[in-house]
Every structure is written in structure tokens, then in C-alpha cells.
Design a protein around this ligand. Structure first.
Ligand SMILES: [Zn+2]
Length: 155
């Protein structure tokens, strides 16, 4: 059995700026409206539910709030350099210099929907205690409506 949480309907959304250096079009700074979706798979417990999905929604909303109205910076990209007040980010022939307070540093190498889904999944596995009847979690990050990347893990 599975629980599905649709990020758009549940307002687990954020707006953010990013750049993908290796892409022609996405190599320019641009933004998206994102949504975080989730699927929780497991056996229904004696109380008739898999788990209380309000806690999952609240957790995901917290992540969305962290990312909202920020520039997403892939901290593992060797072109990223940090100073006290700025993030300098070499993208192709350009060097972006962004106020550090406008950025969020993510422990990934590129800010694609695929890696953002992986980031959310890892964070969730670290921080959320799932009941033993839950067997699998999947996270999808949509970059605009109707297009997104999914990843998952068995528990
Ligand atoms: Zn993009």
C-alpha cells in the first residue's frame, strides 16, 4: 500500500534560482517553481494507516522553506568558492558573485531536479523516524508542473 503526497496540492513548493554550467540554455541563471512530492510505501498498521503523513508534509515544507527564494549553490562544484559575504561561482567563462545571504549551499555537485530529489531523500532518511511497517520512501522534485525527477530508498 502507498501514501502519495502531491507537493503542488499540498503546497510543498518553493521558488528558486539555479544554473547548470554544462547546459547551453540552463547555463544562464534562471528560476523555477519547484514542488516536492513523496510516496511512502508500507503495510497498513492495526490503526488503519501506514503512518501519519502530516509529519512527512511538515518535514518537507520545512525543506521547501529553506530553499525558497534562494540561489541554489552546489557546494561540491569545484567552481564554487566561499568568502565571508559572497559566493563566487565559476560558470563557463563567467564568474558569478552572489551575496551569501541570498544563497543556500547544498552538499551536491549540480542543482538538477535529480540531485535535489536525492538531497531531499537523504535529509529525510537522516531526520525522520519512520515506523517499522514503512518499507520504502520515494521523493520527486518537480521543476515546474509536469516534469520532475524521482529517487527512492528501501528502509
Ligand atoms: Zn533550470
Amino acid at each position: 500500500m502507498r501514501l502519495e503526497i502531491n507537493g503542488w496540492s499540498s503546497k510543498i513548493t518553493f521558488s528558486a534560482t539555479h544554473v547548470i554550467p554544462t547546459h547551453a540554455k540552463c547555463g544562464r541563471l534562471h528560476g523555477h517553481d519547484y514542488a516536492i512530492n513523496a510516496i511512502v510505501e508500507g503495510e497498513m498498521g492495526p490503526d488503519g494507516v501506514i503512518m501519519d503523513f502530516i509529519s512527512v508534509k511538515e518535514f518537507l515544507r520545512g525543506i521547501a522553506a529553506e530553499l525558497d527564494h534562494r540561489v541554489l549553490i552546489p557546494a561540491k562544484d569545484p567552481g564554487v568558492r566561499l568568502s565571508e559575504h559572497y559566493v563566487e561561482y565559476k560558470v563557463g567563462d563567467n564568474e558569478l558573485k552572489l551575496p551569501r545571504s541570498d544563497c543556500i549551499l547544498l552538499d551536491i555537485g549540480v542543482t538538477s531536479a535529480e540531485t535535489l530529489a536525492g538531497f531531499v531523500l537523504m535529509r529525510m532518511l537522516e531526520k525522520v523516524k519512520f515506523p517499522t511497517n514503512v518499507s520504502r520512501i520515494e521523493i520527486g522534485v518537480d521543476e515546474g508542473r509536469g516534469q520532475g525527477a524521482w529517487t527512492g530508498a528501501d528502509l
